[in-house]
Every structure is written in structure tokens, then in C-alpha cells.
Design a protein around this ligand. Structure first.
Ligand code: AMP
Length: 501
């Protein structure tokens, strides 16, 4: 039985050498070519003499990036995708935590990569793919990989202003692939239509489904999500049968009534994850594609997909879908503030245990300890749980239902954002005394409130853009002579929210 993802690559390259594994608008890799190229990249990295170290991959969202990830894994190391559109200051903050031995980039991004504050090597994709296959030496490195080894590290927003590097093992992904295989009717004939950025774990599903099932992953050009008729045409042209998207992407199609122009003809699996999908948007999709299988997948980056609800065909009802039941080898505990399990039907924090758990936060034992805790229901041996910060309850059928967050983490257009990270970035802006970000869920807007000196919106945006990715940019800036405070002296966010009405 396969123990890690390179076993999947090897098996699919043997079974389907000439079949396309990964495709984008411009290029594609067959399984054979993907394996050959990944081995060459792996050999080039192996020759740097590093093992179980992070390798940052700083490239556009292309098939070459995916093969680079696999190359890193072949070398016995783990990858960290870096978004080429992220401000250099945020990348430098990430690099200060990650301290990669190598940044793998291509000729087009070499210059910017060389300007980052880091001490390691910049390795060029173009040179790495020309390296000789490491042969037996590389085989030995690959056979030393275990399922508990790290596979990737993904950085998510951090409330202190420093993003958190979630380190995920091979086991999380192989357990998930086995669950997918048991739960859905997926085969090598399937084509996965990728929507999520490669630095977001939703895309992990696409990459490894292609390898596991010998199927194909198609990167849908991101701009097509702004022109959804083109999007559907592309899906039909590329014969996409299955996807896992964030609900906002599905919502765009529903809001613009795209299916009255064109309907996906090959789609059989509609999966969504990352935030709540509005029922009216789900109903819209079901009206046009009544026979597709619909599944709501749930999980923070720290547990990958850990629960799921597969919707029975013809299911009626309103309100958001439940997040369902834990996937294989995983258990859900709903705990109260004191760490006791709540009674049936009561609200509490969702805590997960089992194979879905990430290793922890890379280079941050303190944060790891705070979020990955000892199971309070077990004192005899180490048994880790991850506290998700999500409030849930069980419904009458025993399905988990997502209610809200415990903290100031939000989902905006599918992106996970700690409002604290925006506030931390603004802390350094001259003239701002105090600030607080609030989120208007109805309009989907981040509102930035501050006092001190009134500043021009443009200059504020320019300052924040130096530190924040575009999706974190507030859409409204509101100046107050003094922000409201509560009895404890903290900024009163509830009041601030009311003041926006
Ligand atoms: P991320 O780490 O980006 O995957 O974000 C994780 C957070 O997104 C979770 O803690 C939830 O708050 C939210 N989330 C993920 N999946 C779902 C879902 N299916 N329904 C509702 N919220 C979700």
C-alpha cells in the first residue's frame, strides 16, 4: 500500500505514462513527464545536501509549480508555496520564520527572489529540470520518506501580524485520499477543475487526487472567475467532471445567473469548502445540475478536510448545509470553556483528533502548544487535539453544524484572514493612534476604523499594500476622533459595528 504521495506519482506514471496529469491554459505534463521532471528537480535539491528542510517555491500558478512541489518532496524535503503577488515585506516576514535552505524559482522571478531577506540558495527551475536524475541515490532518499514526515507548509494569516506556517504531514493527505476513494465514485477518467490558489490547501485536493486516481488536474485560469460564461465554456472544453471550490466562487456563478447562458456538461461532483455556502446558491446549482453529488467539506488548514457532509440526492430543507461527520481516522469533540464535552444539541468549540491533525506551526512551538493541546478527556498518554476556534453543535440527526467563530478570524472571498493582522500592519502607519477592523458579513466588506490623525484613503491603502496581500485590503476606512472603548478599556468592536449602520 502506498505510504506517501511519491508512491502515487510512481504508480500513476507506471499505469498511465502518456495520460495528462496536470494541465493549465498553456502547458501540460503527462504522468511520465511529471515523474521524470520531479525526479530531476528532486536530484538538484538533493545535491544541496538538505533533508526534511523547507523549500520555498516562488513561481506563478502553473503546472511547473506543481511539478516543482513534487520535486521538493522527491528530494526528501517539504515545500512552501509563496504567492508571487504577495508584498515583499510579508514574504520577508514569512521567510524569517521559514528560513528555507532553498528558494526554487524560475528565470522570470529570479531577480525578486534574490532581493528577499534570506540566507539560502536561489535555485532556478530551468536549471533544476536539466539536472541529471539522481538514480539510486534519489531512490534511497525517496524510500526513507515516512508518512509522518512533513509534506508542505502553508502560511495563514496570524493575528499578531506574523503569518502562521501550518506544517502538514504526508499522512494527512494519504488518509484524505483514502477517504475520498471510499466515499465518492472517482476514477482515472475524472478531471479536477482547480480554482483555489496553490498556497491555499483546497488545491491540495486537486493535486493529489490527480496522482492518486491517475486522473487529471486542470488549472482553470483565475481570471475566468470574473467572466463566468468563459469559465463554463472552459470547463466544458476541458471536460471537467469534479471540483472543490470555495463557496464564493460558486456564488459568483449563481449571482450572475450564468447557467442560463451555459451549463457545465461533464460535472458529476460539486464539492465546496472553506466557508458557508449560502443555501440559495446551492439551490441554484442543484436546479441546473440535479444529478451531481454535492458535498460540504470542512476543515481549517491545521486539520485539512476533517469533516464532510455528502448531500443525499433530492434532500430538501433550508439554511446552510451541516459540516457533517468526521472523515476516516478522525474524531470530533465539542468542548465547553472548561474543556468538558457539551450535552447533545449544545453549542461548543469543535476540537479534532486523529490522522487529520497537522504537525504544528513551523518554527513556533508556543503557538503550536496553544492550539494543539492535550485531549482534556485523556490523561493517561499523549493524545493531541486541535482547537479549531469554530463554534458548532450537533443537529437532531447527529450531524455537525457550523455556527460561528470564537475570535476575530473571518473568511472574505474564501480567504482566511485574522483581522488582527490588518491592525498589526496599520500599527506602523504614521498618524494612526488606535485602530480596529470589523467585518460586515452582509456586504462582505472589511471596514477599517481608526483614530489619531485623519488620513487620505489613498495613502492609507498605499501604506497597507506594502505589508498586506490584496485580499486583505479593507474596502472602507472610517476615521473617528476617538474609538469607543468598553469597561475593560478594550476597543468596543460591537459598538463600532453598530455605528456602521
Ligand atoms: P482555512 O484554514 O483557510 O481552511 O480556514 C478554516 C476556517 O474556515 C475554519 O476554521 C472555518 O471557520 C471556516 N470553514 C472551513 N470550511 C468550512 C465550511 N465547510 N463551512 C463553514 N466554515 C468553514
Amino acid at each position: 500500500m502506498a505510504a506517501h504521495v511519491i508512491d502515487y506519482l510512481k504508480a500513476s506514471a507506471e499505469a498511465y505514462p502518456e495520460k495528462v496529469a496536470f494541465a493549465d491554459q498553456k502547458n501540460s505534463f503527462t504522468f511520465r513527464k511529471a515523474e521524470e521532471t520531479a525526479r530531476r528537480i528532486g536530484s538538484a535539491i538533493m545535491n544541496q545536501g538538505i533533508v526534511r528542510q523547507p523549500v520555498a517555491v516562488y513561481m506563478e500558478k502553473t503546472v511547473e509549480s506543481i511539478v516543482s512541489f513534487l520535486g521538493v518532496v522527491c528530494s526528501g524535503n517539504f515545500y512552501c508555496p509563496l504567492d508571487t503577488r504577495m508584498p515583499a515585506e510579508r514574504i520577508n516576514t514569512i521567510l524569517s520564520v521559514l528560513k528555507p535552505a532553498v528558494i526554487l524559482t524560475d528565470q522570470a522571478h529570479k531577480e525578486s527572489a534574490q532581493q528577499f531577506a534570506f540566507e539560502g540558495q536561489v535555485l532556478l527551475y530551468e536549471e533544476a529540470i536539466a539536472a541529471a536524475d539522481g538514480g539510486k541515490r534519489l531512490d534511497q532518499v525517496i524510500s526513507a520518506i515516512t508518512e509522518t514526515d512533513p509534506l508542505y507548509v502553508l502560511f495563514t494569516s496570524g493575528s499578531t501580524g506574523v503569518p502562521k506556517g501550518v506544517l502538514v504531514s504526508e499522512r494527512v493527505v494519504t488518509n484524505y485520499m483514502e477517504w475520498l476513494d471510499e466515499t465518492f465514485d472517482i476514477s482515472s477518467e475524472d478531471v479536477f477543475g482547480n480554482q483555489a490558489p496553490l498556497y491555499f490547501d483546497v488545491s491540495v485536493h486537486d493535486i493529489y487526487s490527480a496522482l492518486y486516481f491517475g486522473a487529471r488536474m486542470e488549472i482553470i485560469p483565475p481570471s475566468y472567475f470574473s467572466f463566468p460564461v468563459k469559465l463554463i465554456e472552459y470547463m466544458n472544453e476541458r471536460k471537467i467532471t469534479s471540483f472543490l471550490w470555495v463557496p464564493s466562487a460558486m456564488g459568483i456563478v449563481a449571482k450572475l445567473d450564468v447557467f442560463s447562458f451555459a451549463v457545465p456538461q461533464h460535472l458529476r461532483h460539486v464539492m465546496f469548502a472553506g466557508e458557508v455556502l449560502q443555501r440559495k446558491h446551492l439551490d441554484y446549482w442543484r436546479r441546473y445540475l440535479p444529478h451531481a453529488v454535492y458535498a460540504n467539506l470542512y476543515g481549517p488548514t491545521e486539520t485539512y478536510v476533517c469533516t464532510a457532509f455528502v448531500m443525499p440526492e433530492g434532500m430538501e430543507g433550508d439554511g446552510p448545509l451541516p459540516i457533517g461527520q468526521p472523515i476516516r481516522n478522525s474524531q470530533a469533540l465539542i468542548l465547553d470553556e472548561e474543556g468538558r464535552e457539551v450535552a447533545d444539541g449544545e453549542e461548543g468549540e469543535l476540537c479534532m483528533r486523529g490522522s487529520c491533525l497537522a504537525i504544528g506551526y513551523y518554527g513556533d512551538l508556543e503557538r503550536t502548544k496553544a492550539s494543539f493541546q492535550q485531549n482534556p478527556c485523556c490523561s493517561a498518554y499523549p493524545d493531541r487535539i486541535y482547537r479549531t476556534g469554530d463554534l458548532v453543535k450537533r443537529d437532531k440527526e447527529g450531524q455537525l453544524v457550523y455556527l460561528s467563530r470564537k475570535d476575530y478570524q473571518i473568511k472574505h472571498m474564501g480567504y482566511r484572514i485574522e483581522l488582527g493582522e490588518i491592525e498589526a500592519a496599520a500599527d506602523r502607519v504614521e498618524g494612526i493612534a488606535d485602530c480596529a477592523c470589523i467585518y460586515d458579513e452582509v456586504k462582505g466588506r472589511i471596514i477599517f476604523c481608526y483614530d489619531g490623525k485623519e488620513l487620505e484613503k489613498k495613502s492609507l491603502e498605499q501604506e497597507l499594500a506594502k505589508r498586506l496581500p490584496a485580499y486583505m485590503m479593507p474596502s472602507r476606512f472610517v476615521y473617528y476622533p476617538a474609538l469607543p472603548h468598553n469597561a475593560n478599556g478594550k476597543i468596543d468592536r460591537k459598538k463600532l459595528k453598530e455605528m456602521q449602520k
